[in-house]
Write a protein that binds this ligand. Structure first.
Ligand SMILES: [Zn+2]
Length: 173
């Protein structure tokens, strides 16, 4: 991740100016994990996972369009390869493409050491609805069709790592 970070700084894809951080033409802000966790935990407690998923979906779809334009990656395969690299910059865990089936628009993605799951601890349902929204948004942009993402197994439910299924369909958490 650090070598990618360095490359992005050198190529000015990440830009620090006047108290701001810009990455691929979008301003980002860094918030401490406990602040992030309080927000996520409260929304989850009140059954608002869909709100986080939808907001993450929209954000990732727009952001990925800028990333693709900035990196000039034209083919779907090249853009899909960007997914783990780009999403690791969010520092939510190590991202791995486990299965790619372009004929069915079906993908399995792994997230190792999920920060969100570690913050939640043991929980009775998957907790990475934000990351699921990011994946759905990015793949929706890349494939040009409606895409949903479901977290099939989660570290917070006792799995070794989190696993997400991305497929064509209505985008619900
Ligand atoms: Zn998870």
């Amino acid at each position: 991740m650090f070598s990618l970070f360095n490359k992005l700084i050198i190529s000015k894809k990440i830009d620090f100016r006047k108290g701001e951080i810009w990455m691929f033409g979008t301003q980002i802000c860094l918030i401490p994990p406990d602040v992030y966790f309080e927000i996520i935990k409260d929304l989850e407690k009140n059954n608002n996972q869909q709100f986080i998923y939808d907001a993450s979906f929209k954000s990732a779809k727009n952001w990925f369009a800028k990333v693709v334009s900035s990196t000039k990656k034209k083919s779907k395969s090249e853009q899909i390869e960007l997914v783990p690299k780009i999403f690791e910059l969010f520092a939510l865990g190590k991202v791995e493409l486990l299965e790619i089936d372009l004929t069915k628009n079906f993908f399995r993605v792994g997230l190792h050491n999920s920060l969100t799951a570690e913050l939640f601890g043991k929980h009775n349902s998957p907790v990475d609805f934000q990351f699921a929204g990011y994946l759905a948004g990015a793949f929706s942009f890349i494939l040009g069709v409606g895409v949903r993402c479901v977290e099939k197994q989660c570290l917070s439910n006792g799995a070794e790592y989190c696993e997400f299924i991305v497929s064509v369909g209505e985008s619900n958490v």
